[in-house]
Every structure is written in structure tokens, then in C-alpha cells.
Design a protein around this ligand. Structure first.
Ligand SMILES: [Zn+2]
Ligand SMILES: [Zn+2]
Length: 246
């Protein structure tokens, strides 16, 4: 169950948010938390507040006065600390005596850590030197979730790289382009990803999948790449012999 602590600043909202009303909201929010795949339990606690509290929003015709925001932190297991985050915006419909969900977001704490790290690093990747620095730094960075050393792999021939947590790609995952890999002191050869086709068990006819909009496809070396289109998916390799992608 998600227990909510109300933070009410107007008389209107104090009289609206009776204990029964809050209990009804808690049942709705708990159900929504349970429905989030990322979250692993529906135990937690949170706050409730109303967004529109100025006098002009409290008139009899106003519907915005019924919009509330719930922010909750959820446990993963009994006794575990409150770690993951759930946020929702709901509107009370007085005629129906029920809540209408207007928006929601669930986020695991690891996801937030990884997002922060990625955002900070991406800001520095505007130049080739910046990219090189970021890669060097990632080589010495631990996974924000499990503290395992992150792994960097280059594919197919060093031009693209990705960095991930070897325990769980969901912990951290980031990729980028790196054109000057040949000038780099990095030992990228040690880290070229395994490209053995899971179907033919051979790396011979395997090429990398290059995603994104390519302005001049004739410049792409098709012994190394196959174009993957604009929507990036998790497959990185394509076997020209058996068409397997993984
Ligand atoms: Zn990890
Ligand atoms: Zn194959």
C-alpha cells in the first residue's frame, strides 16, 4: 500500500481531502504503482499536493482546483529502503466520485543515476577530444547501480562504441561515434565486441548495424556496416549469411 501524506494549503482542499478521500486516492495510486513494470512492489509512501491553490483557481466552475500530484517512493522488498520513484497527476471528478489519471511516470533509482551520468557525459561529447576524454573516463567508471566496472566495446572496427554494465545493460548503457580511433592510445583491439553469429556460429559474414540518418550511403563501407534505419533498436550485429540480427 502507498501511504500518502497530504500537504494542503487552502481551506477548500482541506475540506475536500477527508481521510476517506485520501484512502480512496491511496487505493488508486497503489493500483497504478502495482501496474508499473519497472517497480517491484506496491509498498511505499508519498506526498499529495494540489497544483492550483490561488484564489482565482478555486471558483465553483474551476476544474483545475481538483488536480493533485502524488509523488511516492517505493520499496523493492519488505524491509528494503524506499528507492524507486512514482509520480502521477490525477483529477478528482466530483460528479463521479472518482479519480481520473492525467499522467504518470515510474523510475527506478538506477535509471535516475544512469540518466544523470549520461547527461553529464553527453554534454562533453561535442568534439572528438571530448569524446576521447569521455571514453577514457568511462573506462574507469563503475556502474552507478552495482559498482561493477563498466565495459566498453567498439564495433565493428572501432568507429562506434558502446559502454554498458556487464551485469545488466539496464543499469547503464551509452553509445557514441568515434572517428579518430586509429589515433587513439586506447587498446581498443582488446575490447572489440564478439561478433560470432549465434545461428551459424561464425563471425565471417557479420557486419555492424549502423543506425541513424546517413546523408551519403555510398561512403559507408559495406564490408563493415549495414544500414539499420533511423529507429535505433538493441540489435548491433547482422549476419549476411543467415540474416540473423542480434
Ligand atoms: Zn551494474
Ligand atoms: Zn549467421
Amino acid at each position: 500500500m502507498i501511504k500518502l501524506t497530504p500537504n494542503l494549503v487552502t481551506d477548500f482542499h482541506r475540506s475536500l481531502a477527508t481521510p476517506e478521500w485520501i484512502a480512496q486516492l491511496e487505493r488508486v495510486v497503489t493500483g497504478r504503482v502495482r501496474a508499473q513494470e519497472e517497480l517491484r512492489s506496491d509498498e511505499g509512501e508519498g506526498t499529495l499536493k494540489f497544483l492550483h491553490t490561488a484564489d482565482r483557481n478555486l471558483g465553483p466552475e474551476s476544474i483545475v482546483k481538483y488536480i493533485c500530484v502524488v509523488e511516492a517512493n517505493c520499496q523493492r522488498a519488505p524491509g528494503a529502503p524506499l528507492r524507486d520513484h512514482y509520480r502521477a497527476s490525477l483529477r478528482w471528478i466530483p460528479e463521479k466520485q472518482e479519480f481520473l489519471l492525467q499522467g504518470e511516470r515510474a523510475h527506478k533509482v538506477e535509471g535516475e543515476w544512469a540518466d544523470q551520468l549520461r547527461t553529464a557525459l553527453r554534454k562533453r561529447m561535442g568534439s572528438p577530444e571530448g569524446v576521447r576524454e569521455v571514453i577514457e573516463e568511462l573506462r574507469h567508471t563503475a556502474c552507478p547501480s552495482c559498482c561493477t566496472k563498466l565495459r566498453i566495446e567498439y564495433y565493428p572496427e572501432g568507429q562506434k562504441w558502446w559502454c554498458f554494465c556487464p551485469n545488466d545493460e539496464g543499469h547503464f548503457n551509452m553509445e557514441g561515434h568515434y572517428e579518430n580511433w586509429k589515433d587513439s592510445p586506447m587498446t581498443w583491439k582488446d575490447q572489440v565486441a564478439d561478433r560470432t553469429c549465434p545461428t551459424c556460429k561464425s563471425p565471417k559474414d557479420v557486419v555492424g548495424i549502423l543506425y541513424g540518418l546517413i546523408r551519403d550511403p555510398s561512403k559507408i563501407d559495406d564490408t563493415i556496416w549495414i544500414l539499420g534505419g533511423c529507429s535505433i533498436s538493441k540489435e548491433r550485429w547482422h549476419c549476411r549469411r543467415c540474416e540473423t540480427e542480434w
